[in-house]
Design a binder for this molecule. Sequence first.
Ligand code: PLP
Length: 418
Amino acid sequence: MTALTSSQNDSHLIAAASNRLGDDPIFALHGEAMRRAAEGEDILNATLGVLVEDDSSLCVMPSVFEAFTSVDPARAAAYAPIAGNKEFLEGVIADAFAGDRELGVKSVANATAGGTGALHHSIVNFLEPGQALLTSDFFWSPYRIIADHTRRKVGTFRMFDEERRFNLTALEAGLRKQMDSQGRVLLLLNFPCHNPTGYSLDAFEWQRVVEILNEVSKLGPVAFCLDLAYARYAAPEGAAWVAAVKGLVPQITFLVAWSASKAYAQYGARVGALIAVVQDADQRERVRCALQHSSRGTWSNCNHLGLLAIANLLQDPDLRSQADLDRARLVRLLSERVAAFNGAARSAGLDFPRYEGGFFVTVFTPNARKTAAVCRENGVFVVPLDGGVRIALCATPVAQVARLVKALANGVQVAGEA
Ligand SMILES: Cc1ncc(COP(=O)(O)O)c(C=O)c1O
């Protein structure tokens, strides 16, 4: 067999595709954790963003499987409408805005392949090729992959100020800079329960974000996409955004990347939607057509079984309340870990932002690679980022939180001395 060569001339791929990272670094770390566990080591694997029970089995919601099995096979086997089924889209809009009619009547929605698909559709429809979206400097790394893959870029602003609060001044400066340099802005924020830091904006921060966006929209077109991936795991105040975004001026397009992956513990079904709140009816229709076109030009139709099952969960009162009960148990499971982490990490003097709920939290450290490497030596796997390590509390049994915090405190200390 011929050895692979890195020379561009004999690459089968175009230049841009010939040096892609095949494996996501998080999955690579997860793979190493699994290998060492299989060899008999006592491993704590806090890398992957899926919620597991305290016995490490994947959390599932029985009501969700009931909804899947109750779908008529003849409907499920057919192609879904490209934009998604009406009952699904209406259900998603009502769910995202907690039934708020004022936002609902100005919304259009389009089914997508998970929240990832919704992010894709935002990026290709609200930025020209070559332009950059704006997000916080801690962000979910696929944002960059989607931007890169669609010939867009990522610009960032500093997420936290000295007090570890959301840096509103940096947000405003970032928005103005982006508007100055490219004449339009797409702001992408992931709240509540931000991945990777766990941060949720409070009501005051939401109000300021809206005021800042309104000011910046006087300078050119602004689209604001809220990535709601983890919203169902937020403390009640996490929903403060619904009231706040009603204050956005009509010129701003407000987008919501909705996902069933975490909300229904149903990562594999790939069900999501992009909602766009557009005040002007003609513009709203244009957005609807543009999103449908993007679906046709990517995956075409979504998973019909998934759309119909999730539509049932959203619309059928019995299934909906069963799902709410199933989810409430999962939220409690995670909340116990969050409380245990907050207590132990504060006592250990770890530096981390306000954390009220969500799959992840980030611990700041002067040398994240070193901190993660030291943790790994002790069998604890966390993900190094620029400026911190990401911890998947969603994958950490409550009884292991003390071990996790001890390993982190040691890792941060060694990194500081290195
Ligand atoms: C911040 C964030 N946004 C969006 C997603 C999209 O998930 P999915 O495509 O499974 O809906 C994820 C998944 O991990 C995420 O962490």
